[in-house]
Design a protein around this ligand. Structure first.
Ligand code: NAD
Length: 356
């Protein structure tokens, strides 16, 4: 089915508000999740909100928690998310980092102990819209490891995302590379599993280490694992995310004994850089413009319309989904409705929200 941004946001926001009593947090989380759907990243969209509500009930997600500064040293900032909604505490931490970067031309934010912070591109975008280059290394702690190390057949860590955002120039939109270091995000295997379709080649291995395209290996025994993107190179990036996002912040790299308390904890290193630190922003952005034109002038390969820059597929998706609505698969829709009923929203109220 296709549902409008407004209807979907209201359904998720009402559920979260009713389930947590935190109206401001519910609004921020719902907006972030629907935005992920708009960008085409259904894996990080509204489909995760039932899991958030289960985590609130289990006491793993503290819906009223705020980001708290642990230490500040010059441009360095260590912040604890207190297991709050990632969409709330990461926003608060990024606001602090942006203020620091305005004073010092650079900010290094070491953020730990947040519940799922969602689409990392949202945090890169915040910094880039404030005028900063922003580099993010994120690790994920969850009860089950998901991604096999290169050469291994059992998972040892998770989908550790990486992001770099660079402000828009006069001629080109923001550069936004935002990606899991696994071949695909775990949420994409959930979306494929819910839809009953296969995942792309080389994304998964089964429990014996053989390649498979069946997403069931991530949800049914015997379990398989995701692969790192780019073979050994993505493996290296994934390790860096655990070490810089996890070990450095104090949140910790993925180790089995520290992941039992909560379903999804994110830790993040974010480095914000003022592109005008040496007064050369005009040259910097001019160079990006020329470089972008040059790279994109490569004639498209067969079956491809045009070379795209990172962030472009998401902008296209956004334009399409804003105009035509957001597709929600049947399983996800049922889970959203069940979550709404579970917090006491009546059938009449659900009907009013979705058909308004
Ligand atoms: P993806 O593979 O769809 O895209 C990765 C990047 O490649 C994007 O920057 C995109 O713009 C770019 N891209 C895609 N197709 C392109 C093309 N044809 N030409 C040029 N560039 C192209 O994304 P993903 O790896 O599946 O990640 C999805 C989302 O999951 C991200 O937003 C990520 O932050 C999020 N994530 C979050 C967590 C977490 O724990 N919070 C964990 C993993 C992933």
């Amino acid at each position: 089915m296709l549902i409008s941004v407004e209807r979907l946001t209201e359904l998720v926001e009402t559920t979260l508000r009713q389930g947590t009593g935190n109206a401001d947090g519910a609004a921020k989380v719902a907006r972030h999740l629907v935005e992920a759907n708009l960008m085409g990243h259904d894996s990080h969209g509204v489909g995760v909100s039932p899991l958030y509500m289960e985590s609130v009930k289990a006491g793993e997600l503290h819906p009223d928690a705020n980001a708290e500064v642990v230490q500040e040293k010059g441009p360095f900032l260590q912040v604890d998310g207190n297991q709050g909604f990632g969409q709330v505490v990461a926003r608060q931490a990024m606001e602090m980092a942006i203020e620091k970067a305005k004073q010092s031309h650079i900010a290094v934010l070491s953020l730990r102990n947040c519940f799922h912070i969602g689409r990392i591109g949202a945090w890169g975008t915040m910094a880039a819209e404030a005028g900063f280059i922003s580099i993010h290394y994120v690790n994920v702690l969850s009860p089950n490891s998901l991604v096999a190390p290169f050469g291994g057949r059992e998972p040892r860590f998770t989908t550790n995302p990486y992001c770099t955002a660079i402000p828009a120039t006069d001629r080109h939109p923001m550069f936004l590379l935002d990606m899991a270091t696994s071949t695909i995000a775990q949420g994409k295997t959930r979306v494929a599993y819910n839809k009953g379709v296969e995942v792309p080649e080389n994304s998964l291995i089964d429990h014996e280490g053989n390649p498979t395209n069946d997403p069931a290996v991530m949800f049914e025994e015997p379990k398989g694992a995701l692969r790192t993107m780019g073979q050994h190179k993505g493996f290296g990036m994934a390790l860096i995310c655990d070490i810089l996002g996890g070990s450095l912040s104090g949140g910790g790299a993925y180790l089995p004994d520290r992941v039992v308390e909560s379903r999804v904890v994110n830790n993040m290193l974010a480095i914000l850089i003022d592109p005008n630190v040496f007064g050369g922003a005009d040259e910097f952005f001019g160079d990006i413009d020329n470089y972008t034109d040059w790279v994109k002038s490569s004639p498209p390969a067969p079956g491809v319309d045009a070379v795209m820059f990172p962030g472009e597929p998401e902008r296209k998706s956004r334009a399409d989904r804003e105009a035509n609505g957001i597709p929600v698969d049947d399983n996800t829709w049922e889970q959203l409705l069940a979550s709404a009923r579970d917090v006491g929203i009546t059938e009449d109220e659900i009907e009013r929200i979705i058909s308004a």
